[in-house]
Ligand binder design. Structure first.
Ligand SMILES: [Zn+2]
Length: 214
């Protein structure tokens, strides 16, 4: 859910607690030489996370390790740069699904000598997503699709108002910008993560476009 880091206090966590959370989120992956190694995974989207990109967030009052793309939409105030993405109306998609679509689009566009067909496909799917950004403005108000404006709005609310605002934003997701997704994408494209190879993403995007056109 879209939100800010307010009322999330990790200061009482001891080092050994953090270590326990981290260990619980680690899983085995097979390396290219056939050996296995343990690496951190995101508790929400189940994607592997680079060591220096691990965040902690609360789920039902329980701290878990998450990736940056799952963390930032739930902690808009922790984004330190402009152009982090756009908020969209997407009651039918989870934040993880929206993140996955963004990663696919940026990955395919980054391939050297990519075909015109693929470029058109990514543009079509991105267009479908951005139309949902316009829908949010139409449904709520001007600025409702801008993460920094929504962040300011959430900070102005009282604790009581903030706890109720969940309903208003329950259908809102964040479509991350290429800048926000960049480090995750670079990591997911490494050879270490053979099982997460993005080569199949073209057919997945075709499916998404097809579903939205039906
Ligand atoms: Zn994640």
């Amino acid at each position: 859910m879209i939100g800010i880091s307010r009322n999330k206090d990790f200061s009482k966590l001891k080092n050994k607690d953090i270590k326990k959370i981290r260990t619980a989120g680690n899983r085995n992956v097979v390396l290219e030489d056939g050996a296995t190694t343990k690496i951190p995974f995101c508790s929400i989207c189940n994607n592997p996370i680079q060591e220096d990109q691990i965040f902690l967030d609360l789920f039902d009052d329980e701290p878990k390790q998450v990736c940056s793309l799952c963390y930032y939409p739930r902690n808009l105030d922790k984004i330190t740069f402009k152009d982090s993405g756009t908020l969209i109306y997407a009651p039918d998609l989870t934040q993880s699904q929206v993140n996955a679509v963004a990663l696919m689009i940026y990955y395919l566009r980054g391939i050297e000598n990519v075909s015109q067909d693929i470029l058109e496909l990514t543009a079509d799917v991105e267009d479908l997503i951005l139309r949902r950004s316009d829908s949010l403005v139409n449904l709520l108000c001007q600025g409702a699709n801008v993460p920094s404006i929504v962040c300011q709005f959430l900070f102005m609310l009282s604790d009581d108002e903030y706890s109720k605002v969940g309903n208003m934003f329950s259908s809102v997701r964040m479509f991350p910008s290429e800048k926000l997704a960049k480090e995750v994408l670079v990591y997911l494209s490494t050879n270490v993560l053979r099982g997460y190879d993005p080569k199949l993403w073209v057919s997945m995007l075709q499916k998404i476009k097809q579903m939205n056109n039906e």
